[in-house]
Design a protein around this ligand. Structure first.
Ligand SMILES: *[C@@H]1O[C@H](CO)[C@@H](O)[C@H](O)[C@H]1NC(C)=O
Length: 292
């Protein structure tokens, strides 16, 4: 696949990447814990808590998982994304908003290992990034964006799209269902940055009403929350990444990591995601992708 070229080096005169060498210590794990009001009466979770406290993924386990190395005027950030077709990725608006461009990592497991055989990096400029028109970075509403690859990619065991939920009149709330979130985000609150190898957690969906007790009303119907008992949570660097549900027959994308609290990922506060079923018409209007 000769068209898979890394344009990082020529794009950036900066010190983060030069001659295809990324200085990972300079890449920020995007803050998924924006200043959301929190309920001071809610108890803090157990201290043993951490894709804090997740498991290391096996190769090919999450072929729809993509990584994003996003370039901004003042540096770079790391986020996750989901491959939803041979041309499109879904991620969070707070990841891509203001980015000049992004290196999309596909088929990666150890993202820092350039010798990984099935890992491909494709540069996409911000002309091919669509941030939701009514994304509000203060209230964190409509935290969704789409990235269009410059060319269609070929699928293999390491690179596969994830299906969107089927278009319907009403959607499952998924409350109580076991779901899986994955990413290269921080593995503990004391970690300095995102981790090398892909990790995942399996957790239940929390009812929005209950989730809102922790976030004082900041959780909208267009969000979906996970329970993070024991500090098993998404964390900085997982932003934009997939939350999936397998109903026994198929696996569908139901969320994109959006926010938590600044206090840390091990505190037992729920993790909040953009609810994919709320945006199916928007996704179809922009990308033409839908599941009927
Ligand atoms: C990931 O790759 C980097 C760079 O090759 C290496 O230093 C590191 O040990 C690898 N991590 C794991 C867990 O294999």
């Amino acid at each position: 696949m000769k068209w898979l070229i890394v344009l990082t080096a020529c794009l950036l005169g900066s010190s983060i990447a030069s001659a295809n060498e990324v200085d990972w210590s300079k890449v920020r794990s995007l803050d998924v814990y924006p200043a959301i009001p929190i309920n001071p009466r809610m108890p803090l979770g157990g201290p043993e808590g951490r894709i804090t406290n997740g498991n290391v993924a096996a190769a090919k386990q999450f072929p729809y998982q993509a990584g994003l190395l996003l370039y901004f005027e003042d540096g770079a950030s790391w986020c996750g994304a989901s491959l939803i077709s041979d041309r499109w990725l879904l991620t969070a608006a707070h990841c891509t908003d203001g980015a000049l461009g992004v290196d999309v990592y596909l088929g990666a497991w150890n993202r820092t290992d350039k010798t990984e055989k099935h890992q491909h990096i494709i540069y996409v400029s911000n002309r091919n990034i669509i941030v939701h028109e009514t994304y509000d970075g203060v209230a964190i509403v409509d935290d969704i964006s789409l990235i269009k690859l410059p060319v269609s990619i070929e699928f293999n065991d390491y690179v596969q799209p994830i299906a969107l939920p089927k278009v319907a009149e009403t959607y499952d709330t998924y409350v109580g269902k076991q779901v899986i979130a994955s990413g290269w985000g921080k593995i503990s609150d004391s970690s300095r940055g995102a981790t090398d190898v892909l990790r995942f957690i399996e957790v239940p969906i929390l009812e929005n009403r209950v989730c809102n007790r922790w976030f004082l009303g900041s959780v909208k119907s267009t969000n979906i929350c996970i329970k993070t008992t024991g500090g098993i949570s998404t964390c900085n660097g997982d932003s934009g990444g997939p939350l999936v549900y397998n109903d026994g027959e198929s696996t569908v994308l139901i969320g994109a990591t959006s926010f938590g609290i600044r206090l840390g990922c091990e505190m037992g506060w729920p993790g909040v995601f953009t609810r994919v079923t709320s945006y199916l018409p928007w996704i179809e209007a922009k990308s033409g992708i839908s599941s009927k």
